[in-house]
Design a protein around this ligand. Sequence first.
Ligand SMILES: *Cc1c(COP(=O)(O)O)cnc(C)c1O
Length: 404
Amino acid sequence: MRGRGETQGMNSREYIEQAEQDLLHTYNRYPVVLDRGEGVYLYDREGKKYLDFCAGIAVFALGYQNREYNDALKSQIDKVIHTSNYYYNVPAIEAARKLKAVSGMDRVFFTNSGAEAVEGALKAARKYAYLKDGSTDHEIIAMEHSFHGRTMGALAVTGTPKYREAFEPLIGNIRFARLNDMDSVREQLSEKTCAVILETVQGEGGLVPARETFLRELRELCDKRDILLILDEIQCGMGRTGYLFAWQKYNVKPDIMTTAKALGCGVPVGAFLMTEKVGKSSLAAGDHGTTYGGNPLACAAVEKVLDLFERNHIIENVRETAPYLEQRLEELAARHGDILERRGAGLMQGLVFAHPVGEIIGRALEKGLILISAGANIIRFVPPLIITRENIDEMVSILDTCID
Ligand SMILES: *Cc1c(COP(=O)(O)O)cnc(C)c1O
C-alpha cells in the first residue's frame, strides 16, 4: 500500500531539514518523523517500530487505532464537524452529561487545550470573587514548580520563573507557595486571596503528588475563607493515577477542575468544570467564549473516550499495571547508582537522575523506545493506559541498556 507521503518521495531526514526551515523553532525535536500508530507502538516514515511510553505526553490513553474510537470520529465527520456555541449540538450535550457523572462536578465548559481550560478556570475564580465584593485586586496562590500551560494567564500561575520572565508583565496578583507545605501557603494568604491552583500530581515539575494531608488542609482552609480550590487534572486526570481524576483518591473535591490531554485521546479538547456554587455566580452569558470549544467532532471524541474507559476497564488496567511499573523502576534504580529516586503515581512515573537525561532518551529512541523528560534530570513515564506487563518488561530491558 502506498500512503500519500511515499508518493512525495521524501525520507525522514529530508522532512526534518524542511521542518527546520519552516516551523518556528520552539522545540528541540528528536530526529524522528512519526507516521502511524498501532496499539502501544508508533512507526516512523521508514517503518521503524517504537514502543511508546510518552503517548503524546499523556494523551493517547486508549492506544493507537482503537477501532471504536476511530469509527466514532469518522461517523461524526460524516454528520457535521463544527457548528457554533450559539446552537446546541448532541455530542457536546452527551459529553458534558458523562463528564459530570464521572467527576461529580456540576457545570462544564469545553475548550481546545489545557492552557485554555486553565485560563477559563482563572477567569471563573476572579469573577466569583468580583461578584462577592466588587473589587478587582484579588490574589491567586499557585505552586512553585507547577506547570499550567503557555498562554499568558496559565503562564502567570506556572511556577518556573524562566518560562515567565521574558513575557512579563503577565496577569498580576499571583503568589507562589510550595507544594505540600501548608505553612508556605499560609504565608502567601491574604484578605485578597480568591483561589488556590495546583496540579493534584505535578507533571512537568517532576512527578510530585500532592499529599493527602496537604490537600485536606487546603480544602479546609478554602472552605473556611470561601477561597476557590482549583485542581489542574490536565495531566494526572483521566485515569492516569488509577482514579479517573487524581483527587478522587482522597475525595478532596475541587471547586473548579481542569482537564485536557487524554480527555479527547488525540483530538484537541479540554474542559474546565465547576460546582454549582461557582457556576451560578461566576461566568455568565457574554463573559467567556470560544469558536471551536466543544464542537461536535471534539465532543464525539470525549463521549467515546469516556465510554471506552468504562467498557474497556481502563482504570482497572492502570491499577493492575502501575504497581508492576513501580517495581520494575525501583529495580532499575537499585541497579544504577545515577538514579536517585523513583516517584509519581499510577502510570505517571518519574526516575530522577543525578545528571541530565537527554542522552539516555536519545539512545532509547535509537533502540525503539519513546520516552520524555520532565525537567532536565527526570525521565517521565506516561504510557498509553492500555499497556501490559510485557510492554513494561520490554521498556525496562531497553532502558536498562541505555543507562551507563
Ligand atoms: C499539558 C498541561 C497543561 C497545558 O495543556 P496544553 O494543552 O498544552 O495547553 C496544563 N496543565 C498541566 C498540568 C499540563 O500537564
